[in-house]
Write a protein that binds this ligand. Structure first.
Ligand code: MC0
Length: 145
């Protein structure tokens, strides 16, 4: 594990939106951001787009609900649109999850699931992370980054 801690970068900040196309246009037109990737993730119940923050390799992830059961639909109903999650990039999600479990934090999944562009992801429960839903991302080497 790196002396710098568990995480290597802010991978993305996830923002819950109602309409993905409208949100993409806003980020492109107002902020000049480029869309790096777009997909639907049925398992997570989201349509999403990754918007590049300059050349930093960090992104804004726009997240729209695919249906009313989606965690994003529930989040918007409760909180309105806005920041839903903070995602840190890691080198080995298996090692990082094991370390966090040893440190007493609850992870949402027993094993990582499929995230954006074939990445491997897990989440720390927001109640164990100061009220922040924290995602852990091990990128797919063939994927976006
Ligand atoms: C819920 N809570 C949050 C929160 N969501 N706190 C901070 N940030 C959030 N996003 C708090 C609520 O306010 C509540 O606190 C408590 O957690 C329980 O919430 P709930 O409304 O009853 O909701 P649950 O328990 O049904 O679900 C919460 C949970 C869920 C975090 C377990 O949202 C989840 O499974 N999230 C992980 C998956 C996800 O977010 N997928 C969408 C992004 P009080 O005090 O009121 O009890 S997909 C994605 O990100 C992928 C594509 C990727 O990046 O690759």
């Amino acid at each position: 594990m790196s002396a710098q801690g568990l995480f290597t970068h802010i991978d993305h900040v996830g923002i819950a939106v109602r309409d993905l196309d409208e949100a993409i246009s806003f980020y492109e037109e107002k902020y000049g951001m480029k869309m790096l990737h777009r997909e639907e993730n049925e398992e997570q119940g989201v349509a999403e787009a990754m918007m590049a923050v300059g050349d930093s390799t960090s992104c804004i992830q726009l997240l729209a609900p695919l249906n009313e059961k989606s965690t994003i639909a529930k989040f918007i109903e409760k909180n309105g649109v806005g920041i839903q999650q903070m995602a840190y990039r890691v080198e080995s999600i298996d090692e990082v999850c094991a370390t966090l479990k040893e440190r007493g934090l609850r992870l949402l999944y027993p094993e990582p699931k499929r995230g954006t562009a074939g990445s491997r992801i897990n989440f720390i429960h927001p109640k164990d992370a100061g009220g922040v839903l924290v995602e852990l991302v091990e990128p797919n080497p063939e994927g976006m980054h």
